[in-house]
Design a protein around this ligand. Structure first.
Ligand code: FRU
Length: 459
């Protein structure tokens, strides 16, 4: 089992019996979305993953057209998966129904769907919620109860999250509509997640069809911070923010590991955007982001790349105190590496980097002084989707710190200790491996460190 087929959302992200398990939306027969299965991979360190056999296939009356997204929890030593069964009821766009189901495994490898399925049927959808969009259960335990947050909408105007409660993962009662978009965050919410972080409650949703300027992408992963009352089933929102200011970060899911880290991983892609890998004959399409640790700092979410990635650094190089006015090319390049750069802005009006560059291609990361905007431009990034994303970022002590992970077809930029992150798929040519620094007006590169990142996936 190597890379084959299609993947989208991360599912069932959990640390179980000492290893990280990640399931994912998967079509095993080609690089396109199709009847969804749950793919399965395990890892000791969140970087090197081994594929395991498909965990769920759409083979029951209640999930015959797809085992849609969901989550995992350990109970009495067993691993339980809670997922959405997707069933087509006709050929129209709204002719489907979705129910919640449970599968269980004694050791985390082979899963049996439970005879009681579905555990939440459409009869348990409250009157003010869509009878079609009812999916992506995220399970957690609090006190004597298990809870599920489930994505929904109030019949096509507003995204919303439904809260259900159970004593045993099998019998569920509806508690309340936990949160709603109030007209500002899209027409449907997918893949909710609810957890405590830094003394606050955080509700993640993947909002579909978000209009206006609040978020950059048509579909956007958003974090609401506030206070959850599980007994009443009410989430009071104080603030919201995009989880990532780039192009390709959707359907994130989190887990809490035994080191106390709240880890998040997302599908590094976006619905309704070009996916050139579908037609390249590689027979696979889709990837996950680097797992990130989430931290709440001054009321805002920050993101750190997991430290385990540092074990995979090879071939270090470093520069210090290099004056820059114009463009220089580094002697080192590559297509999978980590870069840490600290710019001191001087009097430059704009400065930054060009990555995965050759004569005709480049991915531009630039800081615009006047606008106080960091921008990621992939107009010349090769054969994939184009465009630019901007993220408001202040300089601290006149400095800009960046931590950048470049891979064959992606770039993930952590700005200023992860107060902002920008993720993008890029599809440059194989020989587009150069790294350039540039500045309009004088600035200083206080430090630049680079490592190749050398990983291996065991198939
Ligand atoms: C999010 C999503 C989920 C659904 C899954 C289907 O990307 O649309 O709501 O469960 O993908 O693959």
């Amino acid at each position: 089992m190597g890379e084959y087929g299609w993947i989208n959302d991360p599912n069932g992200f959990i640390q179980y019996r000492g290893r990280y398990h990640l399931f994912y939306q998967h079509y095993p027969y080609g690089p396109v979305w199709g009847p969804m299965h749950w793919g399965h991979a395990v890892s000791e360190d969140l970087v090197t993953w081994s594929y395991l056999p498909v965990a769920l296939a759409p083979d029951r009356a209640y999930d015959q057209d797809g085992c849609f997204s969901g989550s995992a929890i350990e109970k009495d030593g067993r691993l339980y998966l809670l997922y959405t069964g997707h069933v087509l009821t006709g050929s129209g766009p709204d002719e489907y129904r979705q129910t919640q189901n449970v599968a269980c495994s004694d050791e985390g490898f082979v899963f049996a769907k439970l005879p009681v399925n579905p555990v939440i049927d459409i009869a348990q959808i409250p009157p003010n919620a869509s009878k079609q969009d009812f999916r992506d259960p995220k399970v957690f335990q609090s006190g004597a109860h298990y809870y599920l947050v489930i994505g929904s909408n109030d019949c096509r105007r507003d995204g919303q999250v439904l809260l259900y409660r159970s004593p045993d993962l099998l019998n569920w009662e509806f508690v309340n509509v936990l949160a709603k978009g109030e007209g500002r965050l899209g027409s449907n919410w997918e893949c909710p997640d609810l957890f405590r972080l830094g003394g606050r409650d955080v509700l993640l949703v993947s909002a579909q069809h978000v209009g206006g300027d609040a978020l950059h992408n048509l579909h956007s992963a958003v974090a609401l911070t506030g206070k959850a009352d599980l007994a009443k089933g009410v989430f009071e929102t104080d603030d919201f923010q995009a989880l990532d200011d780039g192009f390709d970060f959707y359907a994130p899911q989190t887990t809490l590991d035994d080191k106390g880290r709240r880890l998040v991983v997302a599908w590094m892609d976006m619905w309704e955007s070009a996916e050139p890998t579908r037609t390249w004959g590689h027979h696979w399409a889709g990837a996950m982001t680097l797992p990130r640790e989430m931290i709440l700092k001054d009321g805002r979410l920050c993101f750190k790349p997991i430290r385990e990635i540092e074990k995979y650094r090879r071939n270090p190089s470093a520069w210090h105190d290099v004056g820059l006015d114009g463009e220089i090319e580094l002697e080192t390049g590559g297509d999978s590496y980590e870069l840490q750069v600290t710019f001191e802005a001087g009097t430059a009006v704009e400065f930054g980097l060009k990555l995965r560059a050759n004569e005709t291609e480049e991915t531009v990361l630039a800081y615009d002084r006047a606008q106080k905007m960091f921008r990621l431009n992939r107009d010349r990034s090769g054969r994939g989707p184009k465009g630019e994303r901007r993220s408001a970022a202040d300089l601290a002590d006149n400095r800009l710190e960046l931590r950048i992970f470049v891979d064959r077809c992606s770039v993930e930029v952590f700005i200023g200790e992860g107060v902002k992150v920008m993720t993008a798929r890029i599809y440059p040519g194989r020989r587009a491996t150069r790294v350039k620094l540039f500045s309009k007006g004088p600035c200083t590169v206080r430090s630049l460190r680079k490592w190749d990142i050398v990983t291996r996936t065991i198939g």
